[in-house]
Design a protein around this ligand. Structure first.
Ligand SMILES: [Zn+2]
Length: 292
């Protein structure tokens, strides 16, 4: 298979700074509606940057955001990007029962499909919370009509990760022997270690040259596309500061002011497209986005 020319997936998890799992212990969800929301402006800034580089991407939208700002979701779709689903409540999958997960995910998917008038094919869990104990969620995704997932992170982390999971995009068998396409969050391999180089906090915390080295090695040495992810609040150094633990503040606030410049470098140095188109070109989905 010729995979060298398949574009890398540019993905955005559309949520506000107060939805983030790292800050969850300090921000009660009852306070969400009374906080200053910045997701619309920040997402519009990302849309403008992507447009300058002619890059299309996949926006995994939180249902909570879609319900309040449907115009933003229509704008994302109208600019040619893919709208996909980031659940509704941003509760971690492994903290929900199967029924709770099914209901909130169905609600979020229906909402996005009503707003855009198009089928939503892809799903990404809050904080990559599809882990070994919550693989049952993949069966629920198949049942709800999703054709691909991008939630599995093949790393060690305190909140997520399946360290020995397959690293390349692939079709996997769910616990109930159904089939769904998985595009795991990208890691680079060096000295036998998996290094998360695919975006978010890692993109802000690691030096840019390390991200570029890792992503280049996935494209050139492994001959396959990577998936890159970012949150709208990561290019917003002016966001309100939240009192949180030292580790959480480090993860959330480090290098916010450098992120937009790094993103522009990245968009200039790599080729990007939507996750759906990448998976079609990899032969994992058919052209209309259904299973092959
Ligand atoms: Zn999220």
């Amino acid at each position: 298979m010729q995979t060298m020319n398949v574009p890398n997936a540019l993905t955005v998890d559309v949520e506000d700074y107060f939805h983030v799992a790292a800050l969850a212990p300090s921000i009660h969800r009852d306070s969400w509606t009374s906080r200053e929301s910045r997701v619309v402006g920040n997402t519009r800034n990302l849309l403008a940057i992507f447009e300058q580089f002619g890059a299309q991407g996949t926006f995994f939208v939180l249902g909570w955001v879609a319900e309040r700002y449907p115009e933003l979701i229509r704008e994302i779709a109208a600019r040619g990007h893919e709208v996909a689903c980031h659940g509704f409540s941003h509760r971690l999958v492994y903290e929900q029962s199967l029924e709770e997960f099914r209901e909130e995910t169905r609600h979020a998917k229906n909402l996005l499909e009503d707003i855009t008038g198009s089928a939503v094919l892809g799903y990404r869990a809050a904080s990559y919370s599809i882990v070994r104990e919550s693989l049952w969620a993949l069966d629920v995704l198949v049942e709800l009509g999703f054709v691909y997932d991008s939630s599995i992170f093949p790393v060690h982390h305190d909140r997520y990760g399946i360290p020995d999971a397959e690293r390349a995009p692939h079709r996997l068998s769910t616990p109930n022997k159904q089939s769904i396409v998985e595009w795991p969050l990208s890691t680079a391999k060096a000295f036998g270690i998996s290094i998360p180089v695919s975006g978010g906090g890692y993109f802000r915390l690691l030096p840019y040259w390390l991200t570029r080295w890792g992503l280049t090695s996935i494209n050139r040495r492994e001959q396959r596309p990577f998936v890159f992810y970012l949150h709208p609040w990561e290019i917003d150094p002016g966001q309100p500061r939240v009192a949180a633990s030292r580790l959480s503040r480090f993860r959330h606030y480090t290098n916010l002011g450098k992120c937009e410049m790094r993103l522009r470098r990245l968009l200039g140095e790599f080729k990007f497209g939507t996750a759906r188109d990448g998976l079609v070109q990899l032969g994992l989905l058919s052209v209309d986005g259904t299973k092959r």
